[in-house]
Design a protein around this ligand. Structure first.
Ligand SMILES: [Zn+2]
Ligand SMILES: [Zn+2]
Ligand SMILES: [Zn+2]
Length: 277
């Protein structure tokens, strides 16, 4: 399985769109991996995760032909993950001769409601997922798990298990420390992840387990509990992702924080491949 990170920032972008703080100024000076757009990822050049306003830019800069994308998973309805007005561009006169006639969108109830508010959506089929129900999406089995992220549980923010014939990924943002029921499900199903992508919005700032995002410390403790139940091991590729300027996510600083533990730091355009070993 190949995972490509298209955007790796939190809602405000990195540097943040209207910010003049020292971290944002440093990112604008350093550029390169310090420039992070809003959150989006792609599995094997075909399964898209999230649809931020930066999607169009991601398609251009990564050579993605958007009309070929058949399946989209949406984690939750926050604007850095779902910008539904873009769906209005998916029919004539804005789009012609699309190779995937419809785009199938898989998401929780809150994201489905947000898409339903857009008046003129055609050739987009929305499928509302239920947590803990493995679902076939193209050649993948996708299982939504509740994320600890939005105050109203009816919004149904999800993290996703994505399984292909050759690998298993846990894509875990946006979320705080996982709910006990999530660990219980993973243990009961005897799941193992070849790669885990962690919400690390707060980097090394203090972050409580009941918060809606995580820091490196929370990531390490989630991973330790996954190791305890056999779902992660030293073979698992662990990646921190989804950064805010408030956490001072200058790329080389992030690498210094996690590289001693063998963890990776996402950046826009990063590709990583992993498989059952
Ligand atoms: Zn986010
Ligand atoms: Zn800033
Ligand atoms: Zn969010």
């Amino acid at each position: 399985m190949k995972l490509t990170y298209l955007g790796t920032a939190a809602a405000e972008g990195m540097p943040a769109v209207f910010c003049n703080c020292a971290v944002c100024k440093e990112a604008r000076r350093l550029v390169g991996k310090n420039i992070r757009t809003r959150s989006q990822a792609l599995i094997n050049d075909e399964l898209l995760i999230d649809l931020p306003a930066d999607t169009y830019f991601h398609f251009l800069t990564n050579g993605i032909e958007g009309d070929c994308i058949k399946n989209l998973l949406v984690t939750h309805p926050h604007s850095d993950h779902l910008y539904p007005a873009e769906f209005e561009m998916r029919h004539s006169p804005f789009a012609h001769e699309m190779r995937a006639k419809t785009l199938d969108v898989y998401c929780g109830a809150g994201a489905a409601r947000k898409i339903a508010q857009i008046p003129n959506v055609k050739y987009v089929d929305v499928h509302t997922l239920s947590a803990y129900q493995p679902t076939a999406v193209g050649d993948y089995i996708v299982t939504a798990l509740p994320a600890r992220h939005m105050d109203d549980p009816a919004e149904e923010p999800f993290i996703y298990i994505i399984q292909s014939e050759d690998a298993s990924l846990l894509y875990a943002n946006d979320t705080g420390y996982f709910f006990d029921e999530v660990f219980d499900y993973i243990e009961k199903e005897r799941l193992f992840f070849d790669c885990i992508s962690f919400d690390c919005t707060h980097v090394d700032l203090p972050c409580r387990d009941k918060d809606g995002h995580m820091a490196i410390d929370n990531n390490f403790r989630v991973n330790a509990r996954l190791e305890q139940i056999g779902a992660s091991s030293e073979k698992t590729v662990k990646i921190i992702n989804h950064f805010s300027h408030n956490g001072n996510p200058i790329h080389h600083r992030l690498e210094e924080l996690v590289r001693p533990y063998g963890w990776l730091v996402s950046y826009d355009g990063m590709k990583t491949e992993f498989t059952h070993r």
